[in-house]
Design a protein around this ligand. Structure first.
Ligand SMILES: Cc1cc2nc3c(=O)[nH]c(=O)nc-3n(C[C@H](O)[C@H](O)[C@H](O)COP(=O)(O)OP(=O)(O)OC[C@H]3O[C@@H](n4cnc5c(N)ncnc54)[C@H](O)[C@@H]3O)c2cc1C
Length: 452
């Protein structure tokens, strides 16, 4: 029988790769992991974690404003120190990089620093050194996509946003997905004048329509200038900054232009063709329900292959692979009722189907909506509102969509996601006692379905 240097070789030390390597190592497999940059991947270095830290930073601006309504007097207006925030973030991310290294080491994983490429179905090369493995996992993630346009060299992507120097007093965010909305909202909170440009009529394609409109209105109230149905035609550097020409003849002068116009799977430079690994029509690595690629010994998980590019999904897919290769369970991942949050101000939390998707899938649905001023804002002076929505399959009474725009929506929706996966009905929601006084209790007290 052929022998290999490793039982399992992982390419990419991000969310999916580290989880898979670590768990396989803990189960006694001989594991190698190649990472070209810092451990932790997108989520730790330029995604979820730094983004959430900056979202907290933006939240303090709101808290300072609101404090006066609760009797707090400030001797001086608070000042924001961008350099301090960046240094604090870098320190914490450095700590996390180290934690990931320790986790791998403790699981007996051999970390190989460098760019990996495939040589054949069982061989990977990193910086001229070849390693053979019985199984290979590709977990190389994704990378921002910026369309061709005149002046493309002057724009930045989300990767650069955490370390901008100086702070962009005038920021243009191009795009309408969750990353674009989050950066627009966060940098507005930190004090930038923000214009968000999106080519469609509404932001957040794929989210519930009411949520999309409500969030856009709240972001507008917070001062984000949302320019919809418009595209960037060119970007020109001038003495005063960047001159951006939009499709409808509008011209803007800003300091920084962020293109958050989607992400593409990281497949370039991997020499996939050398091993015969096929791509699907999205340019992602094609996998079956067990994350096996067109080459039986090679697997792929996370943003490089998935249809749900989120950290918890990459982790869950990695566990499916490890369980089937080094455990006793061969199972499939269920992609229904994956909860997600958008860390705009206010947050979005959502689980299950939008109203329109639910109508398409289930036919008749009941819809319950609530739009109110949270108790906190009765004294805070802020005119922010909270929105909640339930979508119920009429035939089964099952709650199939749950959506919220409001403070801590992500924290609130996580718990409801468990109930929804367990098949909770509207009757069960109604029989659940609320926690008073909270915003979350509204989800168990909505009684009147909207007239359709
Ligand atoms: C701005 C932003 C905010 C986000 N916020 C959230 C959020 O709030 N919640 C959430 O769930 N998700 C969020 N995401 C998405 C999340 O970061 C990704 O879904 C997740 O990181 C995917 O994990 P992964 O393992 O597939 O890839 P990654 O984490 O991207 O890791 C891939 C790793 O592979 C390495 N690599 C690539 N090619 C090679 C090679 N050939 N050789 C060696 N190493 C290689 C890369 O350097 C990288 O470290 C966000 C993403 C962005 C960009």
């Amino acid at each position: 029988m052929r022998t290999y240097d490793f039982d399992f070789f992982v390419i990419g030390g991000g969310s999916g790769g580290v989880r898979a390597a670590r768990m396989a190592g803990q189960r006694g497999a001989r594991v190698g992991l190649a990472e070209a940059a810092e451990l932790g991947g997108t989520c730790v270095n330029v995604g979820c974690i730094p983004k959430k830290l900056y979202s907290y930073a933006a939240g303090y601006a709101e808290a300072f404003e609101e404090a006066a309504g609760y009797g707090w007097q400030m001797a001086e207006a608070p000042r924001f120190d961008w350099a301090h925030l960046k240094a604090q973030r870098a320190r914490e991310i450095g700590r996390l990089n180290g934690v990931y290294g320790t986790l791998l080491k403790n699981a007996g994983v051999q970390l190989i620093t460098g760019w990996a490429q495939l040589i054949d179905a069982h061989t990977v090369e990193v910086d001229g050194q070849r390693h053979t493995a019985r199984h290979i996992l590709i977990a190389t993630g994704g990378t921002p996509f910026v369309p061709e346009l005149p002046g493309r060299e002057h724009v930045v992507t989300s990767d650069a946003m955490f370390d901008l120097d100086p702070f962009p007093k005038r920021l243009m965010v191009v795009g309408g997905g969750y990353i674009a909305c989050e950066f627009a909202s966060i940098f507005r909170g930190l004090g930038a004048a923000v214009t968000q440009v999106h080519r469609r009529a509404h932001v957040l394609t794929g989210f519930d329509d009411d949520v999309r409109q409500f969030l856009a209105s709240e972001m507008g109230k917070a001062g984000v200038d949302l320019v919809l149905s418009a595209e960037v035609e060119s970007v020109r550097r001038t003495e005063k900054g960047l001159d951006v020409m939009l499709s409808r003849g509008r011209q803007h002068e800003v300091d920084t232009v962020l293109f958050a116009t989607g992400r593409v799977p990281n497949t370039e430079g991997l020499c996939l063709e050398a091993a015969g690994v096929a791509l699907d029509d999205r340019g992602a690595i094609a996998v079956d329900a067990h994350y096996r690629t067109s080459v039986p010994s090679i697997f792929a998980v996370g943003d490089v292959s998935t249809s749900a590019p989120l950290t918890p999904v990459a982790l869950a897919e990695a566990m499916v692979v490890v369980d089937s290769l080094f455990g006793d369970r061969r199972r499939r991942m269920d992609y229904e009722f994956i909860p997600t949050a958008v860390f705009t101000h206010p947050n979005i939390g959502t689980c299950g189907y939008s109203e329109s998707d639910a109508r398409a899938k289930f036919g008749k649905v009941d819809v319950y909506c609530s739009d109110f001023k949270a108790l906190r804002h009765t004294l805070s002076g802020r005119n922010e509102r909270t929105f909640m929505k339930l979508v119920v399959d009429k035939a089964s009474d099952r709650v199939v969509g749950l959506h919220m725009v409001g403070a801590d929506a992500g924290e609130i929706v996580q718990g409801f996601a468990v109930a929804m996966r367990a098949g909770a009905t509207k009757a069960l929601f109604d029989s659940t006692i609320g926690i008073h006084p909270t915003a979350a209790e509204e989800f168990v007290t909505m009684r009147d379905a909207s007239a359709v």
